[in-house]
Design a protein around this ligand. Sequence first.
Ligand SMILES: O=C(O)C[C@H](O)C(=O)O
Ligand code: SF4
Length: 511
Amino acid sequence: MEKFFQSMYDLIVETSTKLPNDVRRAIAAAKLKENAGTRSALSLATITENIKMADENISPICQDTGLPTFKLKVPVGANQLYMKKEIKRAIAQATKDGKLRPNSVDSLSGDNSGDNLGDGTPVIKFEQWENDYIDVRLILKGGGCENKNIQYSLPCELDGIGKAGRDLDGIRKCIMHSVYQAQGQGCSAGFIGVGIGGDRTSGYEVAKDQLFRTVDDVNEREELRQLEDYVMKHANELGIGTMGFGGETTLLGCKVGVINRIPASFFVSVAYNCWAYRRLGIKIDSASGAINEWLYKDGETVVFPEDEVAATTETAAPREIILEAPITEEKIRDLKVGDVVRINGMIYTGRDAIHKYLSENEAPIDLNGQVIYHCGPVMLKDEDGNWHVKAAGPTTSIREEPYQGDIMKRFGIRAVIGKGGMGPKTLQALKEHGGVYLNAIGGAAQYYADCIKSVEGVDLMQFGIPEAMWHLKVEGFTAVVTMDSHGNSLHADVEQSSLEKLAQFKEPVFK
Ligand SMILES: O=C(O)C[C@H](O)C(=O)O
Ligand code: SF4
């Protein structure tokens, strides 16, 4: 097993940096469906450009490299303790090399372990089998899409789609609702794995296991095959679109599994995965530990065509406005939902820990007229002590909803960049104070890292790399105005229209 460590390291790096072929094919097909020049088409173009950049740079597709989850099938007698130790060592090495973001955080103190190791991280699950080789699968599922997982206990009453009973049609309603409730926050277009039955734990297990099926896999059970087909056809009619911008493609895959339940319980568990659907597998020689075969890499690799990305588009109808901090209130009030902005100059990262901190303390720098970026980057320090950005896409903004408005007003912040949109409290503050919300393309961590020309400083490092306040100098950093100072919110509009569309699926389909 002398090659086992290297095999694990290669699996981790490959999973973080190279999207599987079946996922690439699904994204390429979605791209063909969007009308040129729309916000969804531009987002998909940025996404495919980002996938190419991750390939070339061998760097994380998305900065949130998730909770690494390994599933191993091993011959009887294989040394699981050794494998566990080597997997952990490979995780720590990949983190050190900037292929994974340090993502393991003490739940009470907030301390980041720095190497992705800690209680419960990574997740490693073993199963024995009769074969003589080892099968290892790895999924790196990020936090934003994990937060959009949902579990239904039937019967229940659902917004828009009504009563869901304990039958196939009730399950159908739950699945349609799960796509609606995710909106763009899990970086749609997404993939869902659904688990029917079990208890609250095993139901989610089944749901997550479905994410290891290939996108084109056909369900062996006829009624579940029909259900999967139905969801694929109709979920896209909700019109949520890429990043929740509205559009033709909301869902790229739906796989459903079922296990028995006990009479009183009837759970439908849905695991939502963003477009950055990072899962790969390998078959390993159980004597040497060497890789014999890669999984999820069959079929032709999709080469995405060169095309316009948000930063360079000329066909797009929206206005393009250059922003450079400090930004005046007048300039902000001129911005409207739908405008595309390009930011040059300084932006400052701030996510969960920073927002809580700023709500209780003074800011470490003058934020008047400045831009806050909801982002937890992957950073590496060189031998001279200089920091470099390895991946830096936006994080889900709605988590900052309790703080954002007050912080903007108190410190004079004029713009926040994030993804997935924010709620009524922030919208009201944007109006009162003269602020704007800018939606960047979620998961496009290479694309945005490339816009960052230098790291000018960092504050509040005690919160760990992803949570610190990084001072970044950017050029041509592109985002879309989705909430403006006139009370308009694209997110509220898409949520409302998709809720109305959801109501169209109220009538029974599976009797
Ligand atoms: O943690 C992050 O950087 C992003 C997260 O996965 C999210 O989608 O909000
Ligand atoms: S930022 Fe988006 S693409 Fe990245 S892990 Fe979170 S949900 Fe997925």
